[in-house]
Each structure stands twice: as C-alpha cells, then as structure tokens.
Design a protein around this ligand. Structure first.
Ligand SMILES: [Zn+2]
Length: 217
C-alpha cells in the first residue's frame, strides 16, 4: 500500500472554511429546500405521507453533519503520559463510519483502521473513534477524510508515526451512475515511521489483515 500525500491539512481552527463563508439558513428555509427537491423528484410535498418529511430530513441532516460543530483538535486534547515507557504500535481497527460524499450527498459506509507509534503520549481509544466520527459527519471525499484523520492525530499526539487506512463503499457508485455494487475503495495516509520504515508498515498491515468489502453494507 503506497503512502499518499494530500494537500488537505488538519486545522486547529474551530470551524471549517465552508461554514465561515456560508450563512446558515433558517430551519424553515432548509425545510422549504426539501419541499423543492420533493417536487423535483416528481411528488407532491402536500400529500399526507410527505407532510412531515421536510422536518425529518432537516433533523437527519443535523445528525449526518454534526461534525461541523466539533473541533477535532480540541476533542483529542486529553492525552495520557503515564505509559510506563510503552512505545510499541497502538492499533485500532474496524472503526465503522458513515459519511456522505460531497459530490452527490449520498452515503459512504466503511471502516477506518488507525495506528500510531507513541512518543510518550497516548490518547484514549474512544477519542480515536470520536476523531473518525468528527470528520465522517461532514461532507467528504474519502481521500480527504483519510488525510484529515492522520494529520490531526499527528498534530496533537506528535507520535513517531501515524497510519490511517480507510475502506469504504460509496453509494454514489452502487445505487446510481455506473451501478457497481461490491466495489470498495481503499485509501491510506502514512506519516513518520509508517511511511519511512517498511517493516513498521508491514507490521501495521498484518494487524489489520485482509480487506473484506462485504462487511461494509
Ligand atoms: Zn459521490
């Protein structure tokens, strides 16, 4: 698995640039936009079965995109230094995530595997899972999400290396367009020892094992 570079960098700023640039509409405006899309689909937003739909969709969006309200750096801040000299690889594998592609607003579902080589500091494992969630609950492309997770972990923990592998199925490929179910995409972002040392990288890849595209859906 080749190391990848990305222009995406983790930021310690509390809000992503997209939110700063855009004025958030009111809930009523958002619900009206859903009614427009319902009409675009060919249905009547005033029929009984659809009356509550705009409200539900807008609430679902609050859940799908909750990651915009959370600073990923801040939520990783609590680290532990009493590790009794533990300096071997820490691996968290098969962290399930649900995200949405920024091109079609449909689901991306998959797993993330994270590893790092501590440099005195470690972080609680629930924080690693939470880090994945913060970036997944935004509009994404998989390559960017992979780099964001790795770069943020590197920035906060300052470890000797970070590895992130993401395997996911993209519903914009399976339910529309070229309709190719069963296809999964794998991206990786390796930093420090995982990038420079083949045996470190091999050890990590042995830990996460072979990929299983069928497990995503
Ligand atoms: Zn897409």
């Amino acid at each position: 698995m080749a190391a990848k570079t990305s222009r995406a960098r983790a930021s310690s700023k509390s809000k992503p640039p997209a939110l700063k640039a855009a004025v958030r509409p009111t809930r009523e405006e958002a619900e009206e936009a859903v009614r427009t899309l319902l009409r675009w689909a060919g249905d009547n937003p005033k029929r009984e079965g659809l009356l509550g739909t705009p409200g539900r969709v807008v609430r679902a969006y609050e859940e799908f995109f909750a990651g915009y309200q959370i600073d990923p750096v801040e939520q990783l801040q609590r680290t532990f230094e009493e590790t009794d000299g533990y300096d071997e690889m820490v691996v968290l594998k098969d962290i399930r995530f649900e995200s949405h592609c920024e091109h079609h607003l449909v689901a991306i579902i998959g797993h993330v595997h994270i590893a790092y080589l501590p440099n005195k500091r470690v972080v609680g494992i629930s924080k690693l899972a939470r880090l994945v969630e913060v970036y997944a609950k935004r509009l994404q492309i998989q390559e960017k999400m992979t780099a964001q997770i790795a770069n943020t972990l590197s920035q906060v923990l300052k470890p000797r290396g970070v590895a992130v592998v993401v395997e996911a199925a993209h519903q914009c490929m399976t339910t529309r367009g070229i309709h190719k179910p069963g296809v999964s995409m794998i991206t990786s972002h390796m930093l420090g020892a995982f990038r420079n040392n083949p045996s470190t990288r091999r050890e990590f890849l042995a830990h996460i094992g072979p990929t299983d595209p069928g497990s995503f859906v």
